[in-house]
Design a protein around this ligand. Structure first.
Ligand SMILES: CC(C)(COP(=O)(O)OP(=O)(O)OC[C@H]1O[C@@H](n2cnc3c(N)ncnc32)[C@H](O)[C@@H]1OP(=O)(O)O)[C@@H](O)C(=O)NCCC(=O)NCCS
Length: 101
């Protein structure tokens, strides 16, 4: 989202044919609590619904309480799922070893 030539919000949305996924939702610190993220999520929902997507999933890092409160404010609810991951390449800070399955 751009305002006066400044990027004030961002979002990445995908649809894998089963669920819609949201990543990298963020609002510029100087523009928070003005509905920027809500607008981005509303637009994302419309785009996904128009493609027949029945449900949106997203993940929030443990401890990011502000993000959880935000998502709850627009109707999202925590679900009983376990999130698993496997890193295939080193991260940008070199703090993780490449793991073999
Ligand atoms: C989470 C984030 C995207 C919210 O963006 P935002 O544009 O400020 O959100 P909105 O203005 O649309 O907020 C809508 C509602 O969400 C809730 N909310 C938003 N930020 C909140 C916070 N820090 N604490 C508690 N509730 C919050 C409020 O109910 C708010 O309504 P209100 O302002 O009328 O009280 C923003 O804080 C951010 O960019 N955080 C860093 C990146 C991040 O964590 N992204 C999520 C990754 S999963």
């Amino acid at each position: 989202m751009v305002e006066d030539d400044d990027i004030i919000g961002s979002i990445m949305v995908g649809y894998d044919g089963h669920r819609g996924w949201v990543n990298y939702l963020a609002c510029h610190t100087l523009h928070r609590r003005r509905g920027v993220a809500t607008s981005l999520m509303t637009e994302a929902s419309k785009i996904l619904a128009a493609r027949g997507c029945p449900k949106i999933n997203l993940q929030v890092r443990a401890g990011n309480d502000a993000a959880v409160k935000f998502y709850e404010s627009i109707g999202y609810v925590a679900e009983e799922v376990s999130s698993l991951g496997l890193r295939l390449v080193d991260d940008q800070f070199g703090q993780q070893e490449v793991t073999s399955p």
